[in-house]
Design a protein around this ligand. Structure first.
Ligand code: NI
Length: 222
């Protein structure tokens, strides 16, 4: 019985496929996924969660395991509020300098941290800095995670970017099926927070709906 169960998934995994990142999906539906990296941050992540709650918007947070360990209550808040928790590794390392095993360990250590805190398994990985090496691809493939990138990057982490610039940058490039990259951890979250409310209102008025990464990928598969 166990053997039958073991054999089936091997074929389904497509062992020889190289792990390619998902930037966006092709769809006619006006849906986009808001994603936030590098948190949780003790000040700004709660404020972002409040804004999302006020607007009834789900998002995906690619958290760092080290930050999650420091602020577990924020992780539980994300989970209870119906947001998706993605995996951004344990520390924000330069992946060019890590071996396959080290990348794998970063992912699994974060997975275990989130599981202990919130009782959920992360299944999406976004590499710090968007760095994808052969070792990263192999490590992600071993974990069975999906590698998630983005298609809209307002560079909200940059101290040169005001909320207005962030809003305009997204408005000008957004299309159905996009994955939008924000940061709830970093140095410029005050502008990110301000931009978020404006963007939610603006994109809603254009007919956009907000979905998590799971929901977006589900749409791509259907
Ligand atoms: Ni990051």
């Amino acid at each position: 019985m166990a053997a039958a169960i073991l054999f089936a998934p091997v074929a389904a995994l497509g062992k020889n496929e190289i792990e390619e990142p998902v930037h966006r999906i092709n769809t006619q539906k006006k849906i986009v996924a808001l994603t936030f990296d590098d948190g949780p941050d003790p000040v700004y992540t709660p404020l972002i969660l409040e804004t999302l709650h006020k607007n009834g918007v789900p998002a995906t947070f690619f958290v760092l395991g080290s930050q999650a360990n420091k602020y577990p209550s924020i992780i539980r808040w994300m989970q209870k509020a119906g947001h998706e928790i993605g995996n951004h590794g344990y520390e924000h390392h330069d992946l060019n300098k890590l071996t396959e095993q080290q990348v794998y360990d970063e992912i699994k250590r974060t997975e275990e941290t989130i599981r202990k805190i919130a009782g959920v398994f992360t299944q999406y990985y976004r590499p710090p800095g968007g760095v994808i090496t052969h070792d990263v691809q192999n490590a992600v493939q071993t974990t069975g995670y999906d590698l998630i990138y983005w298609s809209v990057d307002p560079r909200d982490w940059s101290l040169k970017r005001t909320a207005a610039v962030i809003v305009n940058s997204v408005k000008q490039s957004v299309t159905p099926g996009d994955i939008i990259l924000f940061h709830d951890g970093g140095l410029n979250q005050k502008q990110t927070l301000k931009a978020l409310q404006q963007l939610i209102s603006e994109l809603r008025s254009q007919g956009y709906k907000f979905v998590t990464i799971s929901q977006l990928l589900h749409e791509a598969a259907s």
